[in-house]
Write a protein that binds this ligand. Structure first.
Ligand SMILES: [Fe+2]
Length: 294
């Protein structure tokens, strides 16, 4: 009787010890994955966005979006260089930088901007600022970007001449801490050309959808939540990124795309939410859809 109890105890200790070891290994593996693997596992998201009334010459126009670099302390410059190389492989027509270049100090822009200077595109690289850029030093971040030839749009727009047609790219001041003004951004723009809007925070999209002048808003800010629970989504959503925290949605005839961004802030983990380069290709609405709507 006593021997059988001893054997049972040994057996129990073996099973218990094995389970504890297994759980320990699983925890370490999980910790390693979310902190050291996924934050560096770049994903290229490709999507077509149909735009009603898109001029013929803009059909197939390719936009690459990059956002939320947050260089230092968690995101390092070698990862940004990898992102730049991956963007160049996509041969974009324009590159849109959607804000939050720095995190703890604006001086990081002096290391980041030379890396971003390597971005290639047919019609240029354009940028808006994000809340962290304003919270550190917007003037420093802006001048750092402009010093390498990146056009920073703060309540401003550019007219892109694509073949014989026009496309307007507008950029607003940060929605959280700045003073975004779409009318000011578009005051010198011609009527009738499609307007693509860059604005760091996505949740202002309801306002610009009601306005009616914008066909596509491009935003970042949320990092997708950094952690996304399957079937539920991101439980950690920042102010002005709680409603539209990830991906493509149509709001009252306007499209909004929210990218998960490139970098991280603390805790520097990602799960089910890989860092993202976005390639958006503009398409005119198919003829059969137009017929169906008549
Ligand atoms: Fe942000």
């Amino acid at each position: 009787m006593s021997d059988s109890i001893k054997i049972s105890r040994r057996g129990f200790l073996k099973v218990f010890g094995g389970a504890t070891l297994g759980m320990g290994v699983s925890c370490l593996t999980g910790y390693g994955y979310v902190f050291y693997v996924e934050p560096h596992w770049l994903s290229v998201e490709r999507l077509d966005v149909p735009i009603q009334g898109l001029p013929r010459a803009c059909e197939g126009f390719k936009i690459v979006c990059l956002s939320d670099f947050h260089l230092h302390p968690y995101t390092q410059i070698d990862f940004i260089e990898k992102v730049v190389a991956a963007s160049n492989e996509l041969s974009p027509d324009i590159v849109c930088l959607l804000g939050d270049y720095v995190f703890e100090g604006a001086d990081s822009i002096y290391e980041l901007a030379p890396a971003l200077a390597g971005l290639e595109s047919t019609h240029g690289v354009f940028a808006v600022l994000g809340n962290h850029d304003l919270w550190t030093d917007a003037a420093v971040v802006r001048s750092g970007l402009e010093s390498v030839g990146i056009r920073v749009l703060v309540n401003d727009s550019v007219l892109l001449r694509i073949g014989d047609d026009d496309l307007i790219l507008a950029g607003l001041d940060d929605g959280w801490s700045g003073e975004p003004n779409l009318s000011l951004a578009l005051e010198d723009s011609p009527q009738g050309a499609p307007v693509i809007l860059m604005l760091h925070e996505p949740d202002f999209a309801d306002q610009y959808a009601r306005d009616g002048r914008v066909c596509l808003q491009l935003s970042g800010h949320t990092h997708g939540g950094q952690v996304r629970i399957p079937g539920i989504g991101g439980p950690f959503r920042p102010e002005y990124g709680r409603k539209y925290d990830d991906g493509l949605v149509e709001i009252g005839g306007m499209w909004l795309y929210t990218t998960r961004g490139v970098g991280v802030i603390g805790p520097p983990a990602r799960f089910n939410c890989r860092p993202e380069i976005t390639e958006i290709t503009l398409q005119s609405i198919p003829a059969k859809l137009g017929l169906a709507m008549e």
